[in-house]
Structures are given as C-alpha cells and as structure tokens.
Design a protein around this ligand. Structure first.
Ligand code: AMP
Ligand code: ZN
Length: 109
C-alpha cells in the first residue's frame, strides 16, 4: 500500500521519531504549526477515525500522548484529529496532531 505513514512506521522512509512502542509511533511534523508539533499514529493502517475497528486503537493512541509530553516537559497542548478532506485531512492514515509552545485560539480555524 502506498501510504507515507505506513512507510514511516515500517522505517522505509526516515522521520524524526519522538516515541515508539509496540502499537504506535510518534514523529515530528514535517511542516510544524507550533514550536512543538508531532503526530501519533497506530502502526497498523486505518484510513481515518471512521475506520477504526477496535477500542484498543484509541487507547494505544491516546495513552501514548501524556507519556510523550511528560518526557518533553509539556503540560499544556492542543490535540487535533482531522477526519476527511473538508476537515483538513491530507494523509489518510489516522494521526493525532499534538502541538504546544504557543497560544492556541478557539474555535480552531
Ligand atoms: P492532516 O492534514 O491532518 O492529514 O495532517 C497531515 C500532516 O502530516 C501535516 O501536518 C503534514 O505536515 C504532515 N506530514 C506529511 N508528510 C510527512 C512526513 N513525511 N513526515 C512528517 N510529517 C508529515
Ligand atoms: Zn498507512
């Protein structure tokens, strides 16, 4: 399958990896929107939030986040999951954006 995030998970293309365990991998975003901006993905391919077939995937994805932020010394951060083109999804392998290091506006644009 021609999926850039599967390739990162499989170490076929390089990424600036900040965390990895058996189920997920996190790496810095190539085009950061904040001083800290990394993505957390399941190693298994799911196109979007709409395709996840097990609650374990949510647990694995979201439980990794505070482990990473704690390691980075971050207590406040924005998490974003874009689902579908109109919501801003451009890579169709589910990922959670984690951003920190600046003020964030609400509602998100
Ligand atoms: P989204 O628009 O929510 O689908 O987010 C996709 C994100 O992936 C964007 O913030 C991109 O900058 C980022 N991105 C795309 N390709 C790579 C890559 N090879 N390594 C790291 N981040 C990437
Ligand atoms: Zn994939």
């Amino acid at each position: 399958m021609d999926c850039i995030f599967c390739k990162i998970a499989n170490k076929e293309i390089p990424a600036d990896i900040v965390y990895e365990d058996a189920n997920v991998i996190a790496f810095n975003d190539l085009n950061p929107q904040a001083p800290v901006h990394f993505l957390v993905i399941p190693k298994k391919h799911y196109e979007s939030l709409n395709n996840i077939d097990s609650d374990e995937v949510f647990k694995n994805l979201f439980s990794a986040i505070p482990k990473i932020t704690k390691k980075l010394g971050i207590e406040e951060y924005r998490t974003v999951v874009n689902t579908g083109e109109s919501a801003g999804q451009t890579v169709f392998h589910i990922h959670v954006h984690v951003m920190a290091g600046r003020e964030f506006k609400w509602p998100a644009g």
